[in-house]
Design a protein around this ligand. Structure first.
Ligand code: LLP
Length: 385
């Protein structure tokens, strides 16, 4: 199934907006379900940072996924959407006290702890409530990922996680504190990763660390390998569903899970990326000295990925079938980086045409800002139009 657009219905809506094709989303979730069913003990937590649209969350929740949160606001959003608290994992290098208390009050599945000071605070806040909190330690595995420098997280130089050398120290500390339960290890090496070798490298690292722990008689229940599986931004129509088969099979073949252990994943982009498109209207076509510009009503405030990471989103003209011409597609914001793409060919484009920026379901709507006092973009689901 490829993505199609109900152009007449979209024409009637005020642009710019996000359009989510729920057939694609369901097809993606079916694929996750099929692949994880093969491996007992595998659990996927949707990384809600990718997209927290409440209607999308309801569909994701229907498939029984857990949820990965990085703030108190995300925990609240997840609970509102009906995710059970005992499927919430809570990560983040700088959790505030109120966020930790929210997690403790709701008895979430696990805190992914990133430092010794954080462990002490969780222990104190749990003690004050007469409770115990489950903790995993986020270990920095010093494994590189072949992706954009801004979204690689697992190198020793990154701010995330606890150094491998300190792993036993923090676990012993947790075991000595009364109000935290040591449950396991957490990792995340980066995002938009398409080479299975990167996940293989992480699996090997986990094996080494597990051997080290076992040699010391330390029992571990949970292994969480984070997220990061990428999507095809270049050919999204040909590849609407990511390669979940190879992804889970890589871990199954290489990561030596002990019989009593569960393996957890935190996938964001791979779940929602391809179902979403940013729909925008062409306000003007301008002939510059050296270029032809299609000036659209969406800007970097609606989709910041091209400006921030140099990311590439395929652009379709939904309303023209004229001969191809070359355009820079740019937004209306007063910033030179407010450019969606340069020197691309599109059917001859004119004022009023609708363009779709594809693969925008992840880190699109959620990263929108109101810079220039612009309204935040709305999200519509295909099944509600
Ligand atoms: N787990 C942790 C600890 C993370 O930091 C992230 C993403 C994920 C899971 C989910 O990763 P995913 O499966 O979506 O790759 N705004 C950037 C991406 C930032 C990713 C941050 N962490 C972008 O637009 O490309």
């Amino acid at each position: 199934m490829t993505q199609t657009f109900p152009v007449e219905k979209l024409q009637a809506l005020r642009t710019p907006f996000y359009y989510y094709d729920t057939d694609i989303l369901r097809q993606t979730l079916d694929a996750v379900d099929t692949e994880t069913q093969k491996y007992p003990g595998y659990h996927v937590h949707y990384a809600v940072k990718a997209n927290a649209n409440p209607q999308l969350l309801r569909i994701i929740n229907q498939y029984g996924l857990g949820i990965d949160c990085v703030s108190g606001g995300e925990i609240q959003r997840a609970l509102q959407a009906g995710f059970p608290a005992d499927k919430i994992v809570f990560a983040g290098v700088g959790k505030s006290d109120w966020e930790i208390e929210l997690g403790i009050d709701n008895d979430i599945f696990c805190f992914n702890v990133e430092s010794i000071p954080e462990l002490h605070v969780i222990n104190q806040l749990a003690a004050a409530k007469g409770k115990q909190a489950n903790v995993c330690f986020r270990i920095n595995p010093d494994v590189g990922a072949h992706t954009h420098a801004h979204i690689t997280t697992g190198l020793a130089e990154n701010k995330f996680g606890i150094a491998m050398a300190d792993m036993e120290t923090v676990i012993h500390l947790a075991q000595s504190l009364p109000c935290v339960n040591y449950k396991g290890l957490h990792f995340h090496i980066g995002s938009q990763i398409l080479q299975m070798d990167d996940f293989a490298a992480l699996a090997h690292r986990v094996n080494q660390l597990q051997d080290r722990l076992e040699a010391q008689g330390i029992q571990t229940e949970i292994i969480n390998v984070g997220g990061g599986l990428g999507i095809d931004y270049e050919e999204p129509l040909a590849h609407p569903v990511p390669n979940f088969r190879d992804y889970f099979a890589t871990y199954h073949q290489l990561l030596r899970l002990r019989p009593h252990q569960t393996l957890h994943f935190e996938l964001g982009r791979a779940i929602v990326g391809q179902c979403g498109a940013l729909i925008t209207r062409v306000n003007y076509v301008k002939q510059g000295a050296a270029k032809q510009f299609a000036i659209v009503d969406a800007g970097m405030t609606d989709l910041i990925r091209p400006a921030l990471y140099g990311a590439h989103h395929r652009i379709l003209n939904l309303t023209s079938d004229q001969p191809q011409e070359t355009y820079d597609v740019v937004g209306p914001i007063c910033e030179s980086s407010d450019v969606f793409d340069k020197d691309i060919t599109l059917p001859r484009t004119q004022r009023g045409d609708l363009l779709a920026l594809l693969s925008a379901g992840a880190y699109g709507e959620i990263m929108a800002s109101s810079y220039n006092c612009r309204p935040l973009p709305v999200g519509y689901l295909s099944e509600e139009l």
